[in-house]
Design a binder for this molecule. Structure first.
Ligand code: CA
Length: 284
């Protein structure tokens, strides 16, 4: 295994399904380690630090939800939870399990690959606080060896409404590090450590929730439609899955609200029939 190889942990007690998933991920270039129960899974995630975990809900020892939460305590891996029951998936989506996506058995290897690709295409949020005025997607990727950066994404933001403390402008080579903390009212998002606080209370977010939040904060006065958020975070081909956005935004909003002082307006507003936008900092 080389240092750049993508790693996956497959957690499944059914031999046939485990082999199918292992084979499918192997075809996608993952080095796969397998676990057939929850305790093994937690140990394996700790020891291998995977990029992706597929997690069967029905395990012989621990509840899959419990495994997911425990894994999430130490791992930033994308987690796909797998269940044989559609109604179970519906229930899970209303919980804060820490999973990034859900899949119902039976599924084809192709279906799994599509889901995995969609997760991997997500912006790895390496936030550029100056990017807000130029595009909604706060992704900065190194471009070659000359130290320049490319801001991914397109579209326009009406204004760069958040309170950032960048000391530079433009997107050339940097002199001095920009402050990685983006502030918006009570909210502070440290894009280097990927930590979020509301009114100095730290809020534990899943990767999906964090990516949603940083995407919206890139243009906080913009109204973000479900379709655009879906396209930005999940990639093309997901246009019928807008409920995913609703579920993850709902969980994100609940966590942020819980950390805010009582009586504070929700930090994310629903714009009826359209989508979501950040609450004005002054209104908090
Ligand atoms: Ca099972």
């Amino acid at each position: 295994m080389t240092g750049t190889e993508r790693r996956a942990v497959v957690v499944e007690d059914d031999d046939d399904i485990r082999q199918l998933i292992t084979h499918s991920l192997g075809m996608q270039g993952f080095a796969v380690a397998v676990a057939s129960n929850g305790r093994e899974a937690i140990d394996l995630v700790t020891s291998t630090d995977p990029d992706l975990v597929t997690l069967d809900l029905g395990l012989p020892d621990l509840d899959g939800i419990e495994v997911c939460r425990r894994v999430r305590e130490t791992s930033q891996a994308y987690i796909i939870m797998i269940s044989a029951r559609t109604e179970e998936i519906d229930r899970l989506m209303g919980l804060e399990t820490g999973a990034d996506d859900y899949l119902t058995k039976p599924f084809s290897p192709r279906e799994l690959q599509v889901r995995v690709n969609a997760l991997l295409r997500r912006p790895r949020t390496s936030w550029d606080p100056t990017a807000g005025a130029t595009g909604p997607i706060p992704v900065v990727v190194p471009n070659g060896a000359n130290g320049t950066h490319v801001v991914a994404g397109s579209g326009t933001a009406d204004t760069n409404g958040h309170d950032v403390h960048a000391t530079h402008t433009g997107r050339g080579p940097r002199s001095g590090d920009p402050d990685p903390v983006v502030r918006h009212g009570l909210l502070a998002v440290d894009t280097e450590s990927r930590t979020v606080t509301v009114h100095d209370t730290e809020v534990e977010l899943t990767r999906t929730e964090f990516d949603l939040l940083t995407t919206m904060l890139a243009a906080p006065r913009r109204v973000w439609s479900r379709a655009v958020l879906l396209d930005t975070l999940w990639g093309a081909g997901w246009s019928s899955e807008e409920h995913l956005v609703e579920v993850h935004v709902g969980n994100l909003r609940r966590k942020l609200t819980r950390a805010a002082p009582a009586g504070t307006r929700p930090l994310i507003r629903t714009v009826r029939g359209v989508g979501y936008r950040m609450e004005e900092p002054d209104a908090q």
